[in-house]
Design a protein around this ligand. Structure first.
Ligand SMILES: [Zn+2]
Length: 278
């Protein structure tokens, strides 16, 4: 989970461009392949054998995520440009991410709309983060629904023919009726994202809850709640490779170690495969 890229972070939600680039390079080097949250939420994980899916998400439609330059492509220093640079240097690590926007995305106006269109045209997911970034837990249900619909409508209007399929909860606050964020009159989402603090279960796990998918905040090894940040989690996952989702290379089957409970570092146990439900 990313928000802003700034040279001098002022909150735990900020990262520097250099830290962001380094984290992407680490992900590429450790065999992660970016997929969208839309794909994750429905179990569409089409990546090569041995690779691990990762969903990169950006909240709040900040101009440091994407601003188009005079040539109509993402400007140097923006997150999308950095992601494209890392992708170009690392074959098999595509520039794919999910962008959660509110009113006036990426600075608003015509420039913001052009940025939204560029993202959509270039394989990025555009998701809803509500129109007014309201707290869906404290808002009355009808007001919450209206703000979700308004945010959804803003995206549909900017991207004719497209409908968002996932939502990131502002502040990670779940409505008391948890289904209200996932579906209602005027919207229907396959995935709803929380804020923090751990990796999601596999979408093929019985524990996977599409209406409350956890995220990991991008963070270095130190600082407030670093134990829940990306550096700590990537260290843990690297130390316990059997706990990561590792693709068998065939999106039509899901495989898992035949002997669970006795982790094998090499994952050399026989695997079982089954056809996932449609
Ligand atoms: Zn937000």
């Amino acid at each position: 989970m990313y928000h802003r890229l700034v040279e001098k972070p002022v909150s735990v939600y900020d990262r520097t461009p250099a830290d962001f680039r380094a984290e992407l390079q680490r992900l590429a080097g450790e065999g992660y392949v970016p997929i969208t949250v839309a794909d994750l939420s429905i179990g569409r994980i089409d990546i090569p054998a041995g690779k691990h899916p990762v969903a990169l998400t950006f909240d709040d439609g900040d101009p440091t995520t994407i601003t188009l330059g005079p040539d109509g492509t993402p400007a140097p220093g923006t997150a999308v440009r950095i992601l494209m640079d890392v992708a170009a240097a690392n074959p098999g690590f595509p520039a794919v991410a999910s962008m959660y926007v509110n009113a006036a995305p990426f600075g608003g106006g015509e420039g913001g709309t052009r940025a939204l269109r560029w993202l959509h045209d270039n394989g990025f997911e555009v998701g809803n983060h509500t129109f007014g970034h309201i707290n869906l837990r404290t808002a009355p249900a009808e007001r919450a629904r209206q703000d979700i619909v308004r945010g959804d409508g803003l995206i549909r209007e900017a991207l004719p023919g497209y409908a968002p399929s996932t939502l990131a909860l502002p502040f990670g606050a779940r409505p008391r009726d948890t289904q209200l964020a996932a579906r209602g009159e005027g919207y229907n989402y396959t995935g709803v994202l929380l804020v923090g603090s751990n990796p999601t279960d596999s979408p093929y796990s019985a524990d996977f809850e599409p209406s409350g998918i956890p995220r990991i905040r991008s963070q270095g090894a130190d600082g407030t709640d670093a134990a829940f940040g990306s550096t700590t989690w990537l260290d843990k996952l690297a130390a316990q490779p059997q706990s990561r989702y590792t693709s068998d290379g065939n999106p039509a089957t899901v495989s898992y170690p035949a002997r669970t409970g006795t982790p094998s570092p090499q994952l050399d146990t026989p695997v079982v495969a089954y056809e996932p439900l449609p």
